[in-house]
Design a protein around this ligand. Sequence first.
Ligand SMILES: Cc1cc2nc3c(=O)[nH]c(=O)nc-3n(C[C@H](O)[C@H](O)[C@H](O)COP(=O)(O)OP(=O)(O)OC[C@H]3O[C@@H](n4cnc5c(N)ncnc54)[C@H](O)[C@@H]3O)c2cc1C
Length: 226
Amino acid sequence: MGTITILPETTKNPITLMGMRAGTCWNANITDNEKNYKRGLDCIKSGHGRVMEFVNVEMIIDGYSAKILREYYTHIGGSPSRLQASTRYIDYSKGNGFDYVTPQSISKDEDVAATWHSVMRYVNTNIQHLINNGVPIEDATMLLPLAYSSKMVDKRNLRSLVDMSRVRTCSRAYHEYRKMFNDICNALREYSDEWKWIVDNLFHAKCEEVGYCTESKSCGRRPKRQ
Ligand SMILES: Cc1cc2nc3c(=O)[nH]c(=O)nc-3n(C[C@H](O)[C@H](O)[C@H](O)COP(=O)(O)OP(=O)(O)OC[C@H]3O[C@@H](n4cnc5c(N)ncnc54)[C@H](O)[C@@H]3O)c2cc1C
C-alpha cells in the first residue's frame, strides 16, 4: 500500500508559527513561544484562515493509484506545487514493470481478481514488448491503466489541506482517496504534537464543520439540512 513521507521542510510547530506571524501584525512579543502558541490557537479558533497559509507542508506521496493522484491534482487552492513520477524516464520494460493498486471489491473475489491481474499482466507485458521493440517509453506508457501506482512530491499550505479534508474525508469521496488522506493525517500526527492537535481538531468532513450534510446523496453521518 501507499506511504506518506513528511519532508523536513514541513513546518515543525505550525501553531507557534501562526501565532508568531499574527503577533508581528499586532506589535506583540514574538520572542515568547508560549505566547505565540496561544495566539496561534486563538487565530485558528477565531477563523482567521489567512495565517494557515504560512504553514508549509512538503511530502512524498508514493504507491497510490494514478486515479487518486489525478484527483489530488484538482486541489488548487493556495497554488500548490507538485512533481510527479515520469512516464518518460522510468523504464517500465525493466523488472516487473508497473505496480498497481487492486481495489478490495476486486481482491475479495477470486475469479474477478484473476481477471484483473491477468489484464494487468497483459498490459505490463505489452508495454515491455513495445519498449523492447523500439517504441519510446513516453509513448509505450500511454497504455498505463489508472490503477498503476505512482509517486508525487507535493508542496502546499495548511489552509489547502484543511479545505481538502472537508471534501475528501466525506463518505462520498473515493475510498482510496479517503485512505490516502488518512495516511497523510497519521504521518502529520507523528511529525509533531502541534500537528497532532491540528489534524485532530481541524481535519474533518464538511458535515462535521457545519453540523449537517450538504450532499445530495447523504451517508447519514449527519442529518440533511431542512
Ligand atoms: C465526491 C467527489 C466527487 C468529485 N467528482 C468529480 C468529477 O466527476 N469531475 C471532476 O472534475 N471533479 C470531481 N471532483 C473534484 C471537485 O470538483 C474539485 O475539483 C475538488 O474537490 C477540488 O476543489 P475544492 O474546491 O474542493 O479544493 P481547492 O481547489 O483546493 O479549493 C479550495 C478553496 O480555495 C478557494 N479557491 C480555489 N481555487 C480558486 C479560484 N480559482 N478562485 C477563487 N478561489 C479559489 C475556494 O475557496 C475553494 O473552496 C469530485 C470531488 C469529490 C469530493
